[in-house]
Design a protein around this ligand. Structure first.
Ligand SMILES: Nc1nc2c(ncn2[C@@H]2O[C@H](COP(=O)(O)OP(=O)(O)O)[C@@H](O)[C@H]2O)c(=O)[nH]1
Ligand SMILES: [Mg+2]
Length: 509
């Protein structure tokens, strides 16, 4: 008992020290912020030059800077906030013209940084940019910004939350459509809102629990309060765990793509399907059973989602009379791929089912079907062109229903029949797995968030375990959970977090 109290004390001390550090940090930053006016090129430099380059200046001396390089036009520009003013820019030491450009003036506090800020839009040649930067550097009290310093000042001046600052960093660095969407989640405040809601709920529950501990007996507060609290924490934990799982799925999708495996018996048309979908000769098509022996992959961009489609060897059972060791290896790889993918397209030969009057599938395939959730399976009945006789298709449908095949899609890879319908279904299936509404699409986290959320969830587990044993320990772990959510939203910040965050920014942001 003594040890756990000592541990609690040390953890509380750590929280207290972090809070002091945060206050010191804010003081230091606000001192730095008022001490110097910063400038930087906010657009990219290209060796060949570009049409326009934007140079930003932020800080108390911004108007002096404008005045120095526009030959005293500061008063006029000041009277036109957020308007574009055309100006001559000169070197104040020599009065030599540098360029003709556009000045945008954003008086504090309605600027990106919350300080006086201006943008000089100049021609984007290296010569103009270098001259402008060197002139600004010579102005007293003006210095080149550090990485992410504009955004850091915005954060310190309350113009942004930590999650939004991360969103800006991720948006600047986004290379794919999915990364752009993810960044927007942070930037739009959607994540911030979600995390703050969770934190408010914990704080409320914490207050109730502490009131119960302190006054429960005296004030005759009912025991049902604890039951209700326990229920609230359980629900909150479920929501947080769901968010973590969703994030993991989305992160994997960004990193590895949405993985689709085309699976089925030999000769049903799997290779024909991958070639048709990708409009490329990815895989060899042949009537010879066992032609495809390895996993053959192709990548496609489907509605902004990176999709990896794999063709696989036809799956036969190990006791099949015609199976060689290499084919056997291919089958193992196919089974493995089926386990790891997000979606299986199970291809079935329509004529085969019709002629046998039943669906004959290997035990391996049966197992794959059993192990997958129905939302991860798409049944594609191929070679429908071979059923031309009267009522043949109806009969096929009845056989499939009898075999509990859910929502089969009928196609012919040979003559295109039903293919558009299949593609539509395929896209819908991807959309559903990836997230089908805007909030779901963009409301997921980076590694730092996941780390704090996982800690929060762990603290909840201990909180709940102790509800029946020791409410003081539950209360302590609820505090810890609230601490982690506070770190997440930036209500509790350490210098380290800020340094890591802003290191990934470019200088002009
Ligand atoms: N009639 C017909 N034949 C097809 C169709 N799709 C594929 N085939 C043929 O079926 C054979 C096996 O095709 P393939 O794509 O190699 O099957 P896999 O073994 O499952 O990869 C080939 O001769 C294809 O031309 C289809 O829709 N209709
Ligand atoms: Mg094949």
């Amino acid at each position: 008992m003594f040890k756990s109290v000592q541990k609690m004390f040390l953890r509380n001390l750590k929280i207290h020290q972090t809070a002091i550090k945060t206050i010191e940090l804010i003081q230091k930053c606000s001192f730095e912020s008022s001490a110097s006016t910063i400038f930087a090129l906010s657009t990219n430099i290209k060796s060949s030059g570009s049409a326009i380059a934007v140079i930003r200046v932020s800080g108390d001396k911004t108007l002096n800077v404008i005045n120095s390089i526009t030959k005293g036009k500061a008063d006029y520009i000041r009277s036109k906030p957020r308007h574009a003013c055309l100006n001559d820019y000169v070197d104040p030491k020599t009065n030599e013209l540098i360029d003709k450009g556009m000045t945008l003036w954003f008086p504090r506090p309605k600027s990106y940084t919350g300080e006086d800020l201006c943008e000089f839009h100049v021609h984007g040649s290296l010569a103009v940019i270098n001259k402008m930067l060197s002139v600004l550097n010579d102005i007293h009290g003006c210095r080149l910004a550090k990485e992410g310093e504009f955004t850091r000042r915005a954060l310190m001046n309350g113009k942004l939350h930590l999650i939004q600052a991360e969103g800006i960093r991720d948006l600047i660095n986004a290379r794919t459509e999915n990364q752009r969407r993810r960044a927007l989640g942070g930037l739009s405040g959607m994540l911030d809102h979600k995390f703050n809601r969770w934190r408010e709920q914990i704080i409320k529950s914490m207050a109730h629990l502490e009131a119960f501990i302190d006054f429960g007996e005296d004030e005759l507060i009912d025991d049902s309060v604890v039951k209700e609290l326990s229920e609230n924490i359980r629900n909150l934990k479920k929501e947080i765990d769901q968010h973590i799982a969703n994030t993991k799925l989305k992160s994997d999708l960004i990193k590895d793509g949405f993985r689709v495996a085309i699976i089925g018996q030999a000769n049903v048309g799997k290779s024909s399907l991958i070639n048709k979908l990708s409009e490329k000769d990815v895989s060899i098509i042949s009537p010879i059973s066992g032609t495809t022996r390895d996993v053959v992959e192709t990548w496609m961009d489907i509605d902004g989602n990176c999709v990896c489609i794999a063709d696989t060897a036809g799956i036969k059972d190990s006791n099949h009379p015609h199976i060689d060791p290499i084919e056997q290896q291919g089958i193992q790889k196919a089974i493995q791929r089926a386990k790891e993918c997000h979606l299986i397209i199970l291809v079935i030969d329509a004529s085969d089912v019709y002629h046998h009057k039943k669906l004959i599938i290997s035990n391996h395939l049966k197992k794959i079907i059993d192990e997958k959730h129905k939302s991860e399976l798409l049944y594609l009945i191929n070679k429908i062109d071979l059923l031309t006789g009267k009522n043949e298709r109806q009969e096929l449908e009845s056989i499939l229903i009898a075999n509990k095949i859910q929502k089969p899609i009928y196609v012919s890879c040979m003559n295109n029949e039903g293919f558009d319908n299949f593609v539509q279904n395929f896209k819908q299936q991807i959309e559903q797995s990836v997230g089908n509404n805007e909030e779901d699409r963009i409301s997921f986290s980076n590694e730092r968030h996941v780390m704090h959320l996982a800690e929060t969830s762990k603290e909840f587990t201990i909180t709940m375990e102790n509800f029946d044993k020791d409410l003081a320990i539950s209360s302590f772990h609820m505090r810890q959970a609230s601490y982690h959510l506070g770190c997440l939203t930036g209500n509790i910040t350490t210098e380290h977090v800020l340094d890591v965050l802003f290191k990934d920014f470019c200088i002009g942001k």
